[in-house]
Design a protein around this ligand. Sequence first.
Ligand code: AMP
Length: 399
Amino acid sequence: MSVLVLNCGSSSLKYQLFDMRDESVKAKGLVERIGIKGSRLKHTSFPGGDTVRDGDISDHTEAIKIVLSLLTDKKTGVISSLGEISAVGHRVVHGGEKYSKSVLVDDSVKRSIEDCAYLAPLHNPANLAGIDAMQGSLPDIPNVAVFDTAFHQTMPPEAFLYGVPYRYYEQDKVRRYSFHGTSHAFVSRRAAEILGHPAESLKLVTCHLGNGSSITAVENGRSVDASMGLGTSPGVIMGTRCGDIDSDVALFLVEKEGGAARTNAILNKESGILGISGISSDLRDVVAAAGEGNERASLAINMLTRSVAKYIAAYASVMGGVDAVVFTAGIGENSDIVRGLSLKKLEFMGIKIDSEKNEALHGKEGFISTPDSKVKVLVVPTNEELMIARDTFELSGRG
Ligand code: AMP
């Protein structure tokens, strides 16, 4: 009754083992620097504690073999045999237009993940490497692919198309996909439960604000607009990503910096909160610097909160109203400053914040709006791994 959830990056692997009887986490871990000198694995079992293993790990297949042996090991293990793992769920970044839901992996699904690799060149090949490695190690266990893009496949064409010649959509599938779909789906469903209304009757704006950030309009349980795009840099400014810019900025950088690769690095790794503040991509450092009077740190916070407010108001207009705004992820769950400054600009929409509740709520579920606020505002901690485990358990039919 255990489900293993894997999130494979190009040189990393994150995992969690769930006991689906009560959805508890039995073990979790992170392997870093796969295929690079100085690999490190940190494994935590519950109860049990941490195990750290240093030593080179050449590829995802080797990493998965080590993880499986740690899960069944007498000292670090939490299951007596690999037979207790009933299915494996994989986070897959890009499902293109083909997948609007999670699917059981077969050869055609693997081919589709490969076909979408041109849209997510860093992620899809790594996700596929994880699936291959898992199929090699546990050939009889079903694998499920849970796509970051799937939840947003309900966006209408007027939301997902760009104003470039239509042939680029027809020929190359150039369009807005947006990401973090698993998180937006999870928090919107949980918010509906907390609000005590069916998701199918609610207009929500979900704000996933972390190192990467995206905002989604969720109408009647379906994503109808979302702030990321063809790639993951559009929307609000992020830790190191630029957020919305106009195409002329990108063209200027291509000319000045001598090419697309360098421009890509500037827009994705050197921009956003880091690029504006010049201090850090981590909001905590930037808030601390702003508190000491650093003007560019304050500017980065003001840019972020202004754009969060703009998206909430824009998405309310897209849906013809909004019942609740939901904050999640590292910044959304923890930063009362970002929540407070963003929402202050939205008093005209009938949003009233209880400052004491806002200041007190960190990393926990709850309301930060006043009881008479026309639009409710909630914090809902995200749990993408649990969402992947649930889909995997359901689709694998091993429940
Ligand atoms: P995530 O990508 O969801 O892990 O979020 C990472 C971001 O959340 C970083 O910018 C952190 O600075 C921010 N964050 C985490 N904890 C806090 C906190 N207590 N206050 C402000 N920001 C936080």
